[in-house]
Write a protein that binds this ligand. Sequence first.
Ligand code: SF4
Length: 351
Amino acid sequence: MSTFSRQLLAWHAQHGRHDLPWQHDRTAYRVWVSEIMLQQTQVATVIPYFDKFIQGFPDISSLANAAEDEVLHLWTGLGYYARARNLHKAAKTIHSEYQGVFPRKFDEVLALPGIGRSTAGAILAQAYGERHVILDGNVKRVLTRQFAIEGWPGNKTIENQLWQLADELTPKQELVNYTQAIMDLGATVCGRKAHCSDCPVQSSCQAFKLERVNDFPYSKPRKALPVRETDMLVLVNSDKHILLEKRPPSGIWGGLWSLPEKPGNVALAEWCDKQLGWKVQESQQLDSLRHTFSHYHLDITPILVQANTPVNAVMEANNRLWYNTQQPEKLGLPAPVLKILKQINEGMEHG
Ligand code: SF4
């Protein structure tokens, strides 16, 4: 075993995290759910979502048999909803093709929706103690600093070099602990702000020697994000329920329930008349809010429209429903829509 692995394992035994919910009753299913949640999100945020998710779907079959709305509901607020949809799809595949048992072969795991090379390795290493190499964001940070790797780690050549180094460092035994240890090191001691004085592998760290820790990893070459604008309609009926529409299954917020959006070149009165048969006399523009995706900023202007007739003219259909903010249904909602609905609900309670 390399000095690096030995030092890391000794550190982990003493200082690593041993009480994360997925470390106990460490089934492949629980490790898988945790790995998917952790892909874009920090441990502290993930824990309550993980607990709720596992309570709702204690095993692969219950997840496979759930409605997509229920799955997205338990993901609401965690963001990157494609992760939840893929998790759901993969559970269905495991249910139908592997009799509900999480596959054990690397290629079979890798073929499941939403699972890349590092995640497949992390699941198999942690669930079964098999030797697989991992290279998630935390590991990339540790390695780019250890070896003072110049250039952005998302670049293919650099990424290949990192895989090679990660492979060389991965020991043949103690895979469960090693995998957790290197992820923990990147998440805690060698985080965005490095705490080198607490680091078990400081003696081999090139960036530390060069006093250039903050130079690594290189950031992605930046492009300014474009800004898009949209008007979201908050249509309130005479029961004070709000109209929601289900978004198409793929794309931004795929499968979530959102507020109807009106194209900028269509007048509000015309839109409401054509879409809902509402004669709008009054509307109120609310404060805009910005939501940032990885590729663009979305500036959202909510427009409140209240029906002045006892309307239920818009019949509920597969992709539309009246949402009762007082007794909300279990649906997946995009974070900014949830925010708008909360504001409206508070306004209704006070007025
Ligand atoms: Fe990270 Fe500092 Fe340790 Fe190097 S010495 S691995 S930069 S914490």
